[in-house]
Ligand binder design. Sequence first.
Ligand code: RIB
Length: 309
Amino acid sequence: MQKNEDSAPARHDLLVVGSANADLVVGVDRRPGPGETVLGSDLVVHPGGKGANQAVAAARLGARTALLARVGDDAHGRLLRASQQEAGVDTGGVLVGGAPTGVALITVDPSGDNSIVVSPGANARLTPGDIKAAAPLLASARVVSVQLEIPLDTVAETARSLAPGARLVLNPSPPAPLPDEVLAACDPLVVNEHEARFILGEGAGSTPESWARGLTALGPRSVVITLGADGALVSDTRGGDPVRVPSPRVDAVDTTGAGDAFTAALAWRLGLGEDLTEAAGYAVRVGAAAVTKEGAQASFPTAEEVAAL
Ligand code: RIB
């Protein structure tokens, strides 16, 4: 079954084009090495996926948000649609069918660090044709945010389909080689250390400032490097040196989805007209709040919770 927007489009602060996964989460004392078996906690199933997480994070902060994604016609798909609707996300662009809903197998250790394996399922069936068919939704958004748990062709079609003046935010996670046309459309490209090193290869250098210089040379209009508890570094080709943005100190319980919350908050605030440093200053607070609770979407703060941090 296909479902798509056919009425006059609403205006959206943020459109997220991306994945929706059921997160199958097990707590472990220690994440297993190659060939190793460890016992863990009871299984918990949460709504997740980098795209769905971003949409919920932005909506919970107060952004008028829509999600363009694909889920299966199954219980996990219904779980994901329900979590989006509960957060106030416009789900008119959530397509149903073609494969089972994506699943993420997640282990979380006592420090809050995780390991994730994703079975893309329906996410891999979100096609460039789906993006073309959602033209009214694309036209309604001032910022469009994408990640790489959907096909790269679909990301490239999204970059080509932005409304005039709209801004593309890309978190290349999990990392993959990016076409020049996608890199050139990013404003910003949002990466963590792992993603920066993947994209830059052997000549990456060892400091966030060197990664920012290397990434900027690849064509994006701006770059944001997330640094976990150390906040972020932002670099904008429209002027100035790279700027470090510190994070509030918090006790991390579970880092799952914190990067998604950061990127959603950043994208929303950029759409409101903040500059990159201001928007990142808000986003690091959102990311910090998100690591203080278990799960991905369940951990995302409201605007009031961010203000209280
Ligand atoms: O970024 C966290 C997300 O990555 C999880 O929710 C999981 O679904 C994977 O996509």
